[in-house]
Design a protein around this ligand. Sequence first.
Ligand code: MG
Length: 342
Amino acid sequence: MDLAYRRENLRLAAPFTISRETTVEEEVLWVEIRHDDVSGFGEATPQAHYKESVDSAAAFLDQAEGLLGHDPFALEAIGRRLAEIPGEMAAKAAIDAALYDLCGKLTDLPVYRLLGLDRAGPPTSWTVWLGSPEDMARRADIADDGRFRRLKLKLGGRDGLDVERVRAVRSVTELPLMVDVNEYWTLDEAVDAIVELEGLGVEYVEQPLLAGDPDGPGLKRRSRLPIYVDEDCHTLADVAACAERAHGVNIKLAKSGGIREAVRMAIAARALGLGVMLGCMVESGLAISAGAQIASLCDHVDLDGNLLLAEDPWPGVPFDEGVQLPPDAAGLGVHEAVPDPR
Ligand code: MG
């Protein structure tokens, strides 16, 4: 099989702020894997927070082509060969997605059918990025127009106003709410805030503490709301330890290295009695379609990356009554938009 890739920038409709950074553009890699005359595609969104970049991902992809072999259906063997090179999970996820896209096209089946899964998962949340309480309430009010069935609020402002942010949003919407602190609370801050958030009807709290914080198990014991971990949980190897510090895990393909490992993680999480959430990065419909293929395995879905873009360069993921559906077409079922000649 042949592998080619190119760099692209995804432009956000508005600057996206979380506790540690503001993003206006996301640099990604689009990977194409060719087998005979058929091509599969996948997207890599390397995260600086995880010490990955488009340069490091590109260097990995240069090495990876020689490890693919000739059989696109030999996913387990290909995965083993790629795993011998450490890290670069975003690039591995792009290869995994491109191989699944290819297998789906070769069998004329959508990937979720190839995997034997249901098509529809839970509705996606819409992310209200970090801002002042008034600004977040204004944006939540705009989002509560019938398109979205739940909201995810980014917290971690380090200004003592996080509970006020949730109170302000709650004053303008009845939608189910969850919050993501992106590692910016201490144990005491978390315990105090969570009591207030419970009163405001927040359903669960994502990554309140720094990844690996030794207070994690203590917070799990004391928290009045379920804790989900994201920065703490990357691959299957992390899931058992997460059961000590959380009630659920947030699986993302860009962290797991693709669909195959994500399915293993969901099953392991279930065996440990953990809830399963599916998340995403700022990414196009190409990566969102890969996530949507396994959304039915999850309790909570946060797949709004392509909806945050000024324009989705890989359209085709149906957004139906708040649910990001996998396209009803072979493989990942999305196609690169033809640039407007104007
Ligand atoms: Mg998160």
